[in-house]
Design a protein around this ligand. Structure first.
Ligand code: NAD
Ligand code: DAU
Length: 339
């Protein structure tokens, strides 16, 4: 089996590459990644010499390159993780989100039509459903929840989902889509809440909390997400959408306080900053479909997963220090000013 994993030098794609190479010793995993600011070859260092692994640097929106990769690699399956993924960056500069997340997806779909494929899997997000009110804890996102996006990021991901479904229906392309809640774990880029807080607390820096810190996210350990995608590409029904989430809802303030406590530091590090425009209040996934149809269940619950994640960041300082000491400093300054 030849599997092209796009965005495999990023957080979840990188964990998926590791997961698949560990699990299957007869699959070839081809990583196609443009190495944007979020792509990192150090994430792929543990697998770079694996005989079943190949890395190709390239943009999924580059049609000639993508077609050449399909011709040469003859993939059976595509798993598309490649995306611009950070909501705050999409609010600052939406255009690249449209190019990568929408045009890039359409190029991959066209390549699948042209060369044929056993499965095209789109890694989507729960953000396409918009948000839920804080005072209605009885409500969850199901696969039937209407798309109702808030940010340029989520609008671009929802557009991509619609294209994927259109290619499924019109051209009978064998597609599946997964919509997962917030991931955390090793190799998470430090612009995102959990790794940012861990890095700042370890460095005794202020921890920026947007608004009142009352927004709720539904956290899933990244390996549980990878296992779900593995199940969907093998046993998921063509044309279907699967929600992925493990009922680990926490307010941002709860997450921040958990990390500060685990590292034995003071809550005085918490600094309330201006809220994100259009900030989604609550995400919460109903995973009943994937549990019933594919037998998926999360294996790592938040209290243990966060401990493992903090330990990983302590043991792998070089990985994230290389990032925060480079170009990223300019982004941090622009985003958080002197904080
Ligand atoms: P990430 O930002 O860490 O990684 C994205 C990767 O894609 C990087 O390696 C980057 O170099 C690559 N990339 C970007 N533009 C590209 C292009 N034009 N061509 C080829 N490669 C390109 O993202 P992530 O957090 O790992 O998210 C991966 C996917 O999962 C995204 O599609 C995202 O929407 C989705 N998702 C993320 C989460 C989450 O919590 N992080 C949750 C649900 C779904
Ligand atoms: O739900 C899935 C989505 O989760 C993915 O589709 C996105 O790619 C991924 O980035 C993530 O989006 P969020 O916006 O939820 O993640 P982020 O880590 O940026 O923020 C989590 C929450 O923490 C959110 O309510 C905003 C808040 N926050 C974030 C940062 C970076 C802060 O309060 N302070 C911060 O400095």
């Amino acid at each position: 089996m030849n599997i092209i994993v796009t965005g495999g030098a990023g957080f979840i794609g990188g964990n998926f590459v590791h997961y698949m190479l560990n699990k299957y010793n007869d699959y070839k995993i081809i990583c196609l990644d443009a190495l944007t600011y979020a792509g990192n070859m150090e994430t792929l260092e543990p697998v770079i010499n694996n005989k079943n692994f190949k890395f190709i640097k390239g943009d999924i929106a580059d049609r000639n390159l993508v077609y050449k990769v399909f011709e040469e690699q003859k993939p059976d399956i595509i798993v598309n993780f490649a995306a611009e993924s950070h909501v705050d960056r999409s609010i600052d500069a939406p255009e690249i989100f449209l190019k990568t997340n929408i045009i890039g997806t359409s190029v991959l779909l066209d390549a699948c039509r042209k060369y044929g494929i056993k499965r095209y899997h789109q890694v989507s997000t729960d953000e396409v459903y918009g948000d839920l009110p804080l005072d209605r804890t009885d409500l969850f996102f199901t696969e039937k929840t209407p798309l109702h996006t808030s940010s340029p990021y989520s609008a671009s991901k929802a557009s991509a989902d619609l294209l994927v479904q259109a290619y499924g229906r019109t051209y009978k392309l064998p597609i599946t889509i997964s919509r997962c809640s917030n991931n955390y774990g090793p190799y998470h880029f430090p612009e995102k809440l959990i790794p940012l807080v861990i890095a700042n607390v370890l460095n005794d820096r202020a921890v920026p909390v947007y608004g009142k810190g009352e927004n709720v996210r539904d956290w899933l350990y990244v390996e549980d997400h990878c296992r779900a995608i593995d199940m969907i590409i093998h046993d998921g029904k063509e044309g279907e959408v699967y929600n992925i989430g493990g009922h680990n809802e926490r307010t941002n303030l709860q997450v921040v306080k958990t990390i500060i406590k685990a590292l034995g530091k003071s809550e005085k590090l918490i600094t309330y900053v201006a809220d994100r425009p259009g900030h989604d209040m609550r995400y919460a996934i109903d995973p009943t479909k994937i549990e019933n149809e594919l037998g998926w269940k999360p294996q790592t619950f938040f209290d243990y997963g966060i401990e493992k994640t903090i330990k990983w960041y302590i043991d792998n300082k070089k990985w994230w220090e290389n990032i925060i000491n480079g170009e990223y400093q300019k982004y941090y300054e622009k985003m958080y000013g002197g904080k």
